[in-house]
Design a protein around this ligand. Sequence first.
Ligand SMILES: Cc1ncc(COP(=O)(O)O)c(C=O)c1O
Length: 156
Amino acid sequence: MHLYGQCCDLTAVKAVCDKHQVWLIEDAAQAIGAEWEGKRAGSVGDFGCFSFFPSKNLGGAGDGGMIVTRSAEHADRLRLLREHGARPKYYHSIVGTNSRLDALQAAILRVKLRHLDRWSESARQERRPLRPAVRRLAHRTAALAIRARATSTTST
Ligand SMILES: Cc1ncc(COP(=O)(O)O)c(C=O)c1O
């Protein structure tokens, strides 16, 4: 899961997935547009998931989401699942769900998408002055955690 507009260490996560031969499913809802080694969040793994809940970086006016994949086979399966597992209509080969993106949400998201890079950049600029304080806080928290661990191991 990518958080706070930043990608997690995908190289490490991918190595674990490759080792155990499991799919890498990225939750990129909080990092849409962020990059990992030149690739956009959600495009590194087998699947990339995005929530378009209104509070997200790219938010609609209600619930919505998207899954991306490079695999035509996976995309076909997801399309089937999205429409109650029915193909053709009323012929259900698997149990699916109703996960179609509402057309009204899609229209809103399509317009907002054009502004996403600019909005993300301005949010980055606004938060820039906070960086040194956040870094100091992170160092202090790490030092406290190390001290707490050392104390708990010496007192047992
Ligand atoms: C990273 C992340 N993934 C998923 C979700 C859930 O999204 P949804 O409510 O659209 O299922 C959230 C919402 O808080 C989130 O922050």
